[in-house]
Design a protein around this ligand. Structure first.
Ligand code: ATP
Ligand code: MG
Length: 290
């Protein structure tokens, strides 16, 4: 197992929707490695980490079995497999939902209409469990890809498929009826015992991830204002600590610097302008260690 070695072994998707974002995240927390498109296994140059690039379907099992210590994978995949792993973090990318869908303007309009129907899906376990929970019995047909064309091929009456915008469903004449599972990319950890060294490495890794995530949700903002407007501006800025206020060369003018959460960003901008702030500059933040 990976535990017999010193470095952390981390699984991620080799080639798919999550690959670039996961690599960006790893680079964003300061890890350096060579061109990842070329190999299956990559050693990190400046952190005791080894990446294993595999199909996403294999990730939960590799982590469960301790072949990898950590993995980046959609919650949908881990849940479908029923893998015995621990979710350490939700990572706010690869967001999607698993939804029951049927022909637009067809006879299936609500979830109870799935009774006795045939449903094509790549997620038979989650689909069955959901329907059983509702007391609905349907026939579930497992298809590994292109699930959305099954109704047109008359292989199934309906589907249970991953949706993000809904465009694929619509393009295939399908209509979403019910969401059965909400998903995002997660960082999962093996439940196998790890050496103290590896546990420490995971702690370090998580501190960096948290700093990066928090930074992604925040902006550093700078603005100028006259001294008499500072109090009003301070009241508007919702941020945690008091802003930094520094005198400018121009008399009675100050520079105000602070960090604000991105959600409050635009709303606050408007208010700041009307409170006399000018020369507002917004900068991304690389990491935040609180
Ligand atoms: P692999 O070859 O690794 O098995 P895949 O074809 O199973 O790849 P992708 O299509 O790359 O998987 O999707 C990977 C993950 O991206 C999904 O498991 C899901 O968590 C997430 N995802 C986000 N939006 C969507 C979407 N609209 N359709 C499918 N998956 C999505
Ligand atoms: Mg897959």
């Amino acid at each position: 197992t990976a535990d017999s070695e010193t470095s952390l072994r981390i699984a991620l998707q080799k080639d798919g929707r999550l690959t670039d974002k996961t690599i960006n995240l790893l680079e964003g927390i300061g890890l350096q490695f060579d061109n990842y498109k070329r190999s299956l296994m990559l050693k990190c140059r400046n952190f005791d980490v080894e990446l294993l690039l595999i199909r996403d379907d294999d990730i939960p099992e590799y982590v469960q079995d301790g072949v990898c210590d950590l993995g980046f994978v959609g919650a949908n995949v881990t849940a479908e497999m029923g893998a015995d792993v621990t979710t350490l973090r939700g990572l706010e990318y690869g967001m999607c939902r698993l939804s029951l869908a049927a022909k637009k303007d067809g006879i299936i309009k609500t979830v109870s209409d799935f009774e006795g129907k045939t449903i094509a899906t790549s997620y038979p376990n989650l689909t069955r469990k959901y329907l059983e929970g509702k007391g609905i019995s349907s026939k579930v047909v497992t298809i590994s890809g292109a699930v959305e064309i099954a109704p047109r091929l008359e292989v199934a009456d309906a589907v249970c498929d991953l949706v993000s915008t809904g465009n694929t469903l619509r393009a295939n004449g399908l209509e979403e009826i019910e969401t059965i599972f909400e998903s995002e990319t997660e960082l999962i950890r093996t439940n196998k015992d790890l050496s103290p060294g590896k546990k420490k490495l995971i702690e370090k890794f998580l501190v960096r991830i948290d700093g990066h995530q928090q930074a992604g949700r925040s902006r550093y903002i700078m603005m100028n204002a006259s001294e008499e407007n500072v109090d009003e501006i301070k009241d508007i800025i919702p941020s945690l600590k008091s802003p930094t206020v520094m005198p400018l060369a121009e008399k009675n003018m100050v520079a105000i610097h602070t960090v604000i959460p991105i959600d409050e960003f635009w709303e606050v901008m408007e208010q700041l302008k009307s409170a006399g702030a000018s020369g507002i500059v917004i900068l991304p933040i690389e990491s935040m260690i609180v």
